[in-house]
Design a protein around this ligand. Structure first.
Ligand code: ATP
Ligand code: MG
Length: 442
């Protein structure tokens, strides 16, 4: 798959360390960011070890366009700060220095090591790392990283790649392999399970057996991860251009259950296929938009990911006698409230998600001037697109979407005609509601 690796000829140094020279790895210096090269130069001139590491190097070896470059160094955070005026110490669990070079922000981490000193490195009852600020050598740092392909160090001064964990070979074989004992490493940080899935989806690699096997067993450990960190991770997973394939990997590895338990149950239990179809369509449309350089919003994605629960509850409540508008409002609030404990969606997105859902009933109402005010709704476009997904998924019959597509491009005269010729088939059922009210009074 990666023809560049065919010319490999790593030079083995000592027992574990492998040095791969430029003529073999073929990384083009011009593809490295100026800011990160500058940071490394300053650190090395001050007598510290410093390398480019992580996703940037991995992506260059895969001949992909890197998102960013991280720097790893022997300099302690305070020493890094002394060398760069425009720098800031961030993080408590893992201290990192952000160095600003021009418009770039370079993340500089100090080599991490291992210790039994639990003031510096602490795990909780389930083995999760809650603090990790022990410093060590570059070899120590390599084994503390997550996957072998993410632990390759590039030294810009001699263009060599250093590999302590077999990452270069794994990358050549297209394999994602966790470093060390898989179960221990997943317990230390359950998000590594999501990262494993993310890299297989995004880079088209496969999970090594030992790396994939414990995931199914340990999936519920994700419940211990903070709901706000999971929000960020989900966006990296599903809103980074490879959402549809990544979602299928999540399902296959039993990782949907801890993240979206209600959606998971409905996908599992219902014999209809339209919930899965709707989510797949939403993910594909997000992937397509990203590929075309268009904007995307987490609100649309989450509106789809939680829709099975909303829709299911909406139906239940209308069967119980609530009007469609009220039932949808209750189902929406319940769904958002219940799921915040798993994945914390920021408030501003919740508002938009609710609006997209609200529009599903507003779009049904087409008498009088209603369609004109719906058309003015600030989220009309998103609500309309969502309706089209529901139709395409087979959840509702096609027709309403086409009506709205036509209405949008019609003139005033045509619009009046469209409204007049409508049978009000999607109206609320006031009779049922009043019967219920009477019942309650009894
Ligand atoms: P991306 O291209 O998505 O940025 P990345 O591998 O660079 O992928 P980052 O989150 O930027 O991911 O992390 C940078 C590096 O830090 C990783 O390559 C890996 O070496 C290390 N790392 C990140 N998260 C973890 C983790 N949870 N456990 C261990 N090492 C990690
Ligand atoms: Mg990165």
């Amino acid at each position: 798959m990666f023809s560049v690796f065919k010319r490999k000829g790593p030079q083995h140094v000592g027992v574990h360390k492998v040095v791969i020279s430029q003529e073999y790895h073929g990384i083009d210096h011009r593809n490295l960011s100026d800011g990160s090269l500058k940071v490394i130069e300053v650190l090395q001139n001050a007598g510290y070890e410093a390398y480019l590491v992580g996703g940037g190097i991995r992506d260059l070896l895969l001949r992909k366009h890197p998102k960013d470059f991280d720097v790893a160094t022997s300099a302690k955070p305070m020493e890094v700060q002394k060398l760069f005026k425009r720098s800031r110490l961030i993080g408590r669990r893992f201290q990192i220095v952000h160095v600003r070079i021009g418009a770039e922000i370079i993340e500089v981490t100090t080599f991490r090591g291992s210790t039994s000193n639990n003031k510096l490195r602490r795990t909780n009852a389930s083995g999760m790392l809650v603090r990790d600020n022990v410093f060590g050598s570059v070899e120590d740092d390599a084994v503390r990283r997550d996957f072998t392909m993410n632990a390759l160090y590039y030294d810009p001064s001699n263009h060599e790649v250093l590999d302590f964990v077999g990452g270069y070979d794994d990358l050549e074989d297209g394999i994602v392999r966790i470093i060390g004992d898989p179960e221990t490493r997943y317990r230390e940080d359950p998000v590594r399970m999501l990262r494993a899935i993310r890299f297989t989806g995004k880079l088209g690699l496969s999970l090594e057996d030992g790396t994939s096997e414990p995931i199914r067993r340990l999936n519920l450990l994700l419940r211990d991860v903070s709901a706000s960190r999971l929000f960020d991770e989900i966006l990296k997973l599903l809103q980074a251009g490879y959402g549809r394939i990544t979602f299928s990997h999540l399902l296959r590895h039993s990782l949907l259950k801890p993240l979206f338990p209600n959606t998971f149950d409905l996908l599992e239990s219902s014999d209809n296929t339209y919930y899965r179809e709707l989510i797949d369509l939403a993910l594909s449309s997000t992937d397509d938009r990203l590929a075309q350089g268009k904007s995307v919003t987490p609100a649309f994605l989450y509106a789809a990911l939680h829709w099975p629960q909303v829709h299911h509850r909406w139906r239940e409540l209308t069967t119980e006698g609530h009007g469609r508008t009220q039932a949808l409002a209750i189902a929406s609030s319940e769904t958002l409230d219940l799921n915040q404990q798993f994945i914390a969606i920021p408030k501003r997105f919740c508002t938009t998600i609710r609006e997209i859902w609200d529009l599903q009933v507003k779009l049904e109402k087409r008498h009088g001037r209603r369609p004109d005010s719906t058309l003015e709704h600030p989220r009309f476009r998103a609500g309309f697109d969502f309706l089209l997904l529901r139709e395409r998924s087979g959840e509702i019959m096609a027709g309403l979407g086409e009506w709205w597509a036509h209405y949008q491009v019609s003139d005033e005269f045509q619009r009046r005609e469209m409204v007049a010729s409508l049978k009000e088939e999607f109206e609320e059922a006031p009779k049922r509601r009043s019967r219920r009210k009477n019942k309650r009074r009894d």
